[in-house]
Design a protein. Sequence first.
Length: 285
Amino acid sequence: MFDHILIPISSENYSQEILKRSVSLVETLNSKLHILYIIEEKTLHRAEERIESYRTSYEKQALKQVMVKEHMKTADAIIFEDVKHFLSKRGLFVEETIVEGEFSDVIIRELQRRHYDLVLMGFNKQCSLRYRIFDHVNIPIWVVAEAGKRSILAVCSNLAPNQKVPEISEQLAKLFHWDLRFLYVVDVQDSVEVDPKLKRSAKKSSQELLAKGQQFVQDMKHHGFATELVMGPLEKETSKAARKYGSTLLVMGREQKKHGLLDVTGKSTKRKIAETCEYSVLFVN
């Protein structure tokens, strides 16, 4: 399922939970890991801005080199020591790389350079990172947060094809011996249906959307899965269900929600859910 996993770690945001989760994935799936430590360029730029304007270009470059070396020492002393503790002691192969750049840009370039099946990453709500990766990456992204109950909440809706989510959720539940339940959200804020090719339909009535959701619930229950049908904004209902069930992992699909003119945040559905959910989220993309 996930044979080659990329773990990007920002110099502005690091949590041991990422490596802990990677251990369970690697031991279960026999995956290969590549840890990419990213020295955030804006951190270096902020330091340069604090230098007096009369400093020469040579002095500024020298300071940047010193800061990069300090970040590399931090990576070696803290993060890669954790890697040895969590992974290398178990005889697991790990590739390690340190680069400079902007978080999303570095990840996108790396995914263009090599093949990966999964991006496993942290998410800091207070961090200044621009998580454009959510909108520009076509492989699954697993956002690691605090662990909950040993269960998966698989979220489907009228705004996604609902094909990959059931399949991947069932596979993960079997692999990790976790409970699995489904949530189907009828989001009338964007009253369309999305087909397997991600094509949005014409506007549908609430009754039509509910009927489709009820059919999904019946199908899942027929296969033995607990399933709940709710109506409301996708982001709100997803976060509410995550708190209600406290699952280890939330699995979401390729939602194609279009936000109205009153939404001035400019944030994607994925970004909103990552910010409001207290638990790990797997965006299967």
